[in-house]
Every structure is written in structure tokens, then in C-alpha cells.
Design a protein around this ligand. Structure first.
Ligand code: SF4
Ligand code: SF4
Length: 255
């Protein structure tokens, strides 16, 4: 199993140093330790993401936030790429959009995302991204894996068919709730999220039942039992608040 350290920012970058660079031909000035994703959003430029969530550490896992950086042959994930003086970033070029669509299509082929029978239908981040990017069909072969639904928890259930492995659940449970109930097991196509030692969620002795993992899940993979499609709308506003309170508490401990 992988250990997930608490949220960390790049400590090798000088937060007081200001960098001037270009995003989409626009001159911007930003701190050296802010990611290109953060700076773009601060400047009103939307970059799509699935694994990023304000208040959680970055994983650079979904790759949907890729951007072009002049001089770099590869597309770079903007959530874990930091600006350099005079860098030129393009967030929405035809090449970037093409690869974002491919990534989404591959996500749809890896699991069984049947929206019509999903509790998150109509308010799912994966579905919304497909609509935004115009992904109305998939050119790759569906894998149709046989994934289980674990409904052993008294209040929540996990449907691995809907999971996109963004690891938001793993990070919020570890970094915000401090329970570290969720983890990941396996690699590549066999990777899956697990509770405790890969046991039914309902038998977990670490889960506090707070529901934070359910609220941050971008799809219908984690849901509350007894909720209809209209009711299963995720509430994420608590994250920045909890993070701020935690930082304040840590500061008071250090005094
Ligand atoms: S309900 Fe809370 S403690 Fe339990 S797995 Fe989810 S985030 Fe962790
Ligand atoms: S269960 Fe939800 S939050 Fe957790 S990794 Fe899968 S999609 Fe992400």
C-alpha cells in the first residue's frame, strides 16, 4: 500500500519570488511556488481537472489539466508544473484539446460508466467534462471489467465501476479527516481504491463515518445510501474552510 503524506507545497521554490510569464498570450505575474493551474484560474482561465481539488494535495494523476509549454516536447500537467521567468504557456491549443479528449475516452473505456443508471447522473464531473469537450462517442474498445459494489457500510457505498482513480477520497480521508481509511492497491489497469486492508468498508475500524470521501468523489463511485439521483449532489465547500482551520490550529501549536 502507498502512504499518502499530508498536503505539501514545493519547498524548493521561493514563495516570495515573483515570476512574469505568459499564459495564452497574456502577461501574468505570480509567485514562483504557485502552480500554472492555480495561476491560470486566478486569471480567469479555465483548465479542466478531475483529480485536483482546492484544499487537497496535488497528485497529477488524471492528466486532464495538460498544457503546452513553448520549448517542451511533452504536454505538461499544469497542477504540478510551476512557472519560470518568461515561460510561454498555452492552455487550450488544438493539440491539448485532442489529448484531453483521448484521456476522457480512455477513462470511459476502463470502467463501466453507464450514466443512465448512475446516482450521479446529471451532476457528475466526468460527465460534465465529456459534455464540455464534446466527447459524444468513444473510439477505443471498452474493457467491461467485472467490478464489485461494496454496500457493507451502513451509510455509504462504493461502486468501483464508476471510479476514475482520482484519489480524492484517499487524500481527503488522510489529509483532512486524518483517518486514512482509503488507500490504493495494484498498478495500472488493476489499480483500485480499498478500505483498510482491502476489506469491506462496513468492517473498517478506522472509518469515522464523516462522509468527506463521498462529498469529494467526482463521479457516482462513492454515494450515500438512500439518496435519489436528484439528491446525490456533492458538497465540497467544506474543504477550504477545514484546511484554513487546520492551518490556524497548527500555527497556534507552534507558538
Ligand atoms: S467516511 Fe470519512 S473516515 Fe470514513 S472513509 Fe470516508 S473520509 Fe474516511
Ligand atoms: S472512489 Fe471516487 S474519489 Fe475515490 S478514487 Fe474513485 S473516483 Fe476518485
Amino acid at each position: 500500500m502507498i502512504s499518502h503524506a499530508p498536503k505539501k507545497v514545493r519547498t524548493d521554490l521561493n514563495p516570495s519570488r515573483l515570476i512574469t510569464f505568459k499564459i495564452d498570450d497574456r502577461d501574468v505575474t505570480a509567485r514562483a511556488d504557485e502552480s500554472i493551474l492555480t495561476i491560470a484560474r486566478q486569471n480567469g482561465i479555465n483548465i479542466p481537472t478531475l483529480c485536483h481539488l482546492d484544499g487537497l494535495s496535488e497528485r497529477g494523476a488524471c492528466r486532464l489539466c495538460i498544457v503546452e509549454v513553448r520549448g517542451a516536447t511533452k504536454l505538461l500537467p499544469s497542477c504540478v508544473t510551476f512557472p519560470r521567468q518568461d515561460m510561454e504557456v498555452v492552455t487550450n491549443s488544438p493539440r491539448v484539446v485532442t489529448y484531453r479528449k483521448k484521456i476522457l475516452e480512455l477513462l470511459f473505456t476502463e470502467r463501466n460508466h453507464v450514466c443512465s443508471v448512475c446516482v450521479s447522473n446529471g451532476h457528475c464531473e466526468l460527465q460534465n467534462l465529456a459534455v464540455d469537450l464534446g466527447v459524444d462517442h468513444v473510439r477505443y474498445t471498452y474493457l467491461y471489467p467485472r467490478h464489485a459494489v461494496d454496500a457493507s457500510h451502513p451509510r455509504f457505498s462504493v461502486d468501483h465501476n464508476r471510479c476514475v482513480l482520482c484519489l480524492r477520497c484517499v487524500r481527503v480521508c488522510d489529509e483532512i479527516e486524518g483517518a486514512h481509511t482509503w488507500d490504493i492497491m495494484g498498478r495500472g489497469i488493476t489499480c483500485k481504491v480499498i478500505t483498510d486492508l482491502n476489506q469491506p468498508w462496513g468492517t473498517s475500524e478506522t472509518c469515522t463515518g464523516c462522509g468527506k470521501c463521498v462529498q469529494v468523489c467526482p463521479t457516482g463511485a462513492l454515494s450515500e445510501k438512500g439518496r435519489s439521483v436528484a439528491e446525490m449532489i456533492k458538497r465540497r465547500q467544506f474543504l477550504p474552510y477545514l484546511q484554513m482551520m487546520r492551518e490556524k490550529q497548527e500555527e497556534s501549536w507552534q507558538k
